[in-house]
Write a protein that binds this ligand. Structure first.
Ligand SMILES: *[C@@H]1O[C@H](CO)[C@@H](O)[C@H](O)[C@H]1NC(C)=O
Ligand SMILES: *[C@@H]1O[C@H](CO)[C@@H](O)[C@H](O)[C@H]1NC(C)=O
Length: 820
């Protein structure tokens, strides 16, 4: 049923025409250069139109769409996008005027006019008025949204293939477009500019260009505001950004590359043309790129700004703690419970109340190992004892908890608990202050007592108080434009007062910064000098060539020149900083990196001895034959290194290329694993991940590589099993082996081992060069572990388990520093 006597198939209509002759006023497509199918020409009459006809139908002179009569207002020529009324959900009467992907499974919304103010599902309408203003009116006639265009009667509106809703004046000039007012999503070719920002649906997380031209993510919560990306621990340059390009433009291109004028670049993992993509500021505070699977209409994440979700501020709300555990998890501290069991944005609330007259004896502290709440320090002190720190917190009624770092005797008391995280490598612990009576029900042990490096720490994050009302963005922009220098002064003064008011002393920031100075960015020139123009080659691997170098401070380093770098600058930067934070005795330490133009180099600690393969397989070195105890130590060390990568400090690192060539030996024959982290870092909230290309070495690669199954930490366990057999036998078993004159392939060898273990008999596979000098128990357990590592992946042990099993047979008892 069509009111207004309009034909259902008219494409374009002359403005103002209310002709009822169906075909008289079709403007030919040829005269219109633009690729839009559906376009609406202004009519002076706002005739309610009822239509359930095909989306191809354009609305002619009846230019209003009533929500209760039909949902679709316009469809783009290629049908990708639809525009109209979008229900806010099953069983509600709330509607939004939105643009969405027509065919995706969840009809993904990319733009909304009346965000936060839905209109009634009965009687609301979208229409042009006389001036050419597109109006969204609620059932009571109130204007909920308007385009504010006043170009008169010949104004038209169209939905382009790009997903851009445009209003044109009669001159064909675009006078308004939805691309200029994004909500949470950017589509390819849509610019994020100095005037626009993306805001997550909850309203708490924003992507915007800051006054210093840097693209940032901001948590804009109910009580605080804080920047969390790029890392506030570093300046723009260290984050791989520049402040000096003031054009403030970021755009996703058709190839899947999102580029920002500050140098940030995010490349879709499926980069290339022909795929529909979007960039969305998600509700959990991460900025993600999605690609559409055209077959099933589902979206896949193909890029994201933050690799570690706990970095997102406000993720777990006030008093909440973010913790890594199979992805991330929000927790409440002891004595606190979730404010709203369905919504972490609301954080946690204390289950107790405190009055300031309560005696100190009433309180106790519960430790959150490696925990911290960033910012909001009530007091901060250096070089004081734990007891003193505790007393300071007891003395203040406002103190809710304190963080203590034994290293420098650093003590920070907190009067607000925000941005809580448990970081296994955070060199301190947090202590929650609780009335004694509530503690009985709480559990204090939240994390295994692993010892992570005290060298790495998160630095103080930039936090500033906000007033209770929202930040007025317009104010910022105008202020920035007009007042430049005055503003700087203002901010500095503001900071001064903030520091004073909230006692965040500078010394504290410095304290935090010191500990990260180990890892740094080098210039290409520095590294050319350090290596004497890449003279001394130490080795060559799949990912690049390694050279010996001597830094300015006389430190000897190994410098790896990467050959096949697929990553963009920012991604590279993000990954190496993660790797740089990994520090374990059994892992080769990375000191820094260089990323200049096309050069990508990594600077590693120099390990004196050569890699394990040289000792195991090479004949020319019989004088340096590894003794049994050395072999066991190497096996245990390598297991510890891998366990650390998989389970401890940065649990998302899967090595993917474990082999003797990647196990370096120190002067004391301590194993150090090299080359970790170079594979794509896995995303932990997604328990398995796939690679766009294979990595690894034949013979050490788990069968799932070939089967194209998702890759997880179990591939390293498999490779470790092969290495373990090689340590025992002193032979390359990966390519087959000869035992007692019989040539076996790897599978036969494995069967043989299983039978041998079942018999419990002699281990005649142990390296003959040891002439029987080996520990039978240790050798047996090594073979047992190796065999279990080579099982189908569900049955393989974890590296943690392997370390524990090996340690039972470790007869050296001098490992105080890394007992797990
Ligand atoms: C959307 O689905 C319709 C109906 O199945 C189909 O005709 C149209 O080509 C699809 N459009 C796109 C862009 O896939
Ligand atoms: C600034 O950024 C824009 C957009 O990315 C780019 O086109 C322009 O060349 C940059 N200007 C300078 C001076 O680098």
């Amino acid at each position: 049923m069509i009111e207004g006597a309009e034909p259902p198939h008219g494409l374009h209509r002359r403005a103002g025409s209310i002709s009822s002759r169906p075909h008289s006023n079709q403007i030919s497509m040829a005269t219109n250069k633009h690729l839009f199918l559906s376009s609406i020409f202004l009519s002076f009459l706002s005739v309610p139109l009822c239509s359930r006809a095909s989306p191809w139908q354009a609305r002619g002179s009846g230019t209003s769409l009533r929500v209760d009569h039909g949902e679709i207002f316009l469809v783009s020529l290629d049908t990708t996008f639809s525009c109209g009324f979008y229900s806010s959900g099953e069983g509600t009467n709330a509607y939004y005027f939105s643009i969405w992907f027509t065919n995706t499974t969840d009809r993904t919304v990319v733009w909304t006019a009346n965000r936060g103010s839905p209109v009634n599902g009965h009687g609301s309408k979208i229409s042009f008025n006389r001036e050419g203003n597109l109006l969204l009116t609620d059932v009571n006639g109130s204007t909920v949204w308007e385009s504010k265009t006043k170009w008169g009667k010949r104004t038209t509106v169209a939905l382009l293939n790009s997903g851009n809703l445009v209003i044109r004046a009669s001159t064909d000039q675009v006078v308004w477009q939805s691309f200029d007012s994004p909500t949470d999503t950017l589509l390819p070719s849509q610019n994020l500019t100095r005037e626009t920002k993306l805001v997550s649906p909850s309203g708490y997380h924003n992507l915007y260009f800051d006054n210093d031209n840097v693209l940032r993510l901001l948590y804009n919560g109910p009580e605080i505001t804080s920047i969390y990306w790029p890392s506030p621990d570093y300046n723009a340059l260290q984050n791989g950004r520049t402040r000096f390009n003031s054009s403030k433009i970021a755009v996703l291109d058709s190839e899947g590359v999102f580029r920002s004028s500050d140098g940030f670049k995010m490349t879709a993992s499926d980069s290339g043309s022909g795929i529909k993509r979007r960039i969305t500021m998600d509700n959990d505070g991460n900025l993600r790129m999605y690609s559409l699977n055209a077959v099933n209409g589902n979206w896949t994440v193909t890029g994201e700004a933050l690799l570690q979700m706990c970095y997102v501020h406000g993720l777990c709300g006030k008093n909440g703690i973010c913790e890594y555990s199979q992805g991330f998890r929000c927790n409440c501290p002891p004595g606190y419970e979730m404010t709203d069991p369905k919504n972490w944005d609301k954080g946690c609330s204390p289950t107790f109340s405190v009055n300031c007259g309560q005696p100190r004896e009433d309180f106790t502290f519960i430790k959150i190992a490696h925990g911290d709440f960033y910012g909001f320090d009530l007091t901060s002190n250096k070089s004081i004892s734990f007891e003193e720190c505790k007393q300071i917190c007891l003395d203040s009624c406002l103190c809710l908890s304190f963080t203590y770092k034994a290293g420098g005797g650093l003590c920070y008391t907190k009067d607000r608990l925000y941005n809580g995280q448990v970081y296994p490598y955070f060199p301190g612990d947090n202590y929650i202050k609780l009335p004694k009576k509530v503690t009985s029900t709480s559990s204090a042990s939240r994390h295994s007592s692993l010892t992570c490096s005290p060298k790495n720490a998160k630095v103080m994050l930039v936090l500033y108080m906000k007033n209770s009302d929202n930040i007025n963005w317009l104010y910022f922009y105008i202020f920035a434009a007009i007042l430049g220098a005055v503003e700087l002064l203002f901010i500095m003064t503001g900071w001064y007062f903030l520091f004073k008011m909230h006692s965040i002393p500078k010394s504290m920031e410095e304290g935090y910064k010191m500990v990260t100075s180990q890892f740094r960015r080098f210039t290409y020139r520095e590294l050319v000098e350090a290596t004497g123009k890449f003279k001394e080659e130490l080795g060559k691997g799949g990912s690049g060539t390694v050279f010996r170098g001597i830094l300015g401070d006389k430190k000897v380093v190994a410098i790896k020149k990467l050959t096949d770098v697929r990553h963009g600058e920012e991604e590279f930067w993000a990954e190496v900083t993660l790797i740089g934070r990994i520090n374990h005795i059994n892992l080769v330490r990375m000191w820094g990196f260089c990323s200049e133009g096309k050069h990508r180099l990594l600077v590693y600690e120099y390990v004196e001895n050569e890699s394990l393969d040289k000792y195991l397989f090479s004949d020319r070195r019989t004088e340096t034959l590894l003794s049994w105890s050395q072999r066991f130590k190497i096996a245990l060390g390598a297991a510890r290194g891998l366990a650390y990568l998989h389970h401890e400090c940065l649990e998302w690192v899967v090595h993917c290329d474990v082999k003797p060539e990647n196990i370096l030996l120190t002067r004391d024959f301590e194993a150090k694993i090299a080359d970790f982290g170079l594979s794509k870092l896995s995303k932990r909230d997604n328990p398995s991940f796939s690679f766009t290309h294979m990595r690894g070495t034949m013979g050490y690669m788990a069968p799932e590589w070939a089967l194209n199954l998702p890759i997880n930490a179990k591939v390293d366990v498999y490779s470790y099993g092969v290495v373990l057999l090689e340590i025992v036998t002193g032979k390359r078993v990966s390519s087959g082996i000869i035992i007692d004159g019989i040539e076996m392939d790897f599978m036969q060898f494995l069967q043989e081992l299983k039978q041998m273990l079942a018999r419990g008999g002699d281990l005649d596979i142990v390296d003959a060069r040891l002439k029987g000098h080996f520990n039978h128990e240790q050798a047996t357990v090594m073979v047992q572990i190796a065999v279990s590592c080579l099982e189908e992946r569900g049955k393989r042990p974890t590296m943690d388990q392997i370390v524990k099993d090996l340690m039972v047979y470790d007869d050296e008892d001098n490992h105080p520093a890394y007992v797990l």
